[in-house]
Structures are given as structure tokens and as C-alpha cells.
Write a new protein. Sequence first.
Length: 144
Amino acid sequence: MNEIKNLIILILIVGLGGYGCSSKKGMEEVKQTVSLPNIASQQEEKAIQKEQILKQVQDYIEKKEYEQAVLELNKAIELDPEDATLYYTLGDLYEQLGKDKESVEAFVKALQFDKKREIVSQEDAQEIRKQGNKEIGNEKEAGK
């Protein structure tokens, strides 16, 4: 549907000879305006895909199929790599699976993207930092 609207707009612009767009700069502005709906539709598509993936993640969590939930959640992260909630959920899943290192890494990512502390409370942030330091210390010990 959006492609049809864009095509009609383009035909009108070309058909009218670009009235009001006699300069090269004016035509560039029109081209940018015509391409904006494509960007919006791509963002909408990603949001819909993310929502569908998150429903699948929830189903896996309810069935206690945490490995599958992790796989699906990583797909959502590919679509929206700066969503702190996704990383926080991933950390919880890794915790359920007993994967402490991966859990801490995911929680640290959640902290990076949750600047306003809307997802991760200040107390949780401090605990995550402690766990992260503990994990780093354990890795150094194991490397000796």
C-alpha cells in the first residue's frame, strides 16, 4: 500500500514537471520526502517482527524452554540492539540456565542501554557490577 502511495507521489511530481522544484536542491528535498515513508514502513515492519518474536519468547518461558527462549530473544536483539529490556530478559534467562557469565554480560548490556534506570534499578545495577567484577576475578584466577 505504501509503495503505491509513493509511486503516485512520484508520478505526480514527475508529471507536473517538478513545479516548485526548479532547483536541484528542491528536487533533492522532494526525493527525501518520498523516501521517508519507506523508512517508516521498515521501522514498523521491524517492530511487528520484534513483537511476534517476543510472543514466542514468552511462550517458551512459560514452557520453561529457556534455551529456545534465548535463541528467539537474540533474534529480537538483532532487530533492536539498544533495547535494555531485551538484555535484562536475556540475563534472567541465562540465570535460569545457570550460565552466570552470560547472565552478567547480558545484565551489563542492559545497564549500558538503560541510562535513566527505567529497567534496571540502582540496587540491581550495583549488584550486577559486583557480579561482573567477581566473574572477571574468577576468569583471571582460572587463567593463571
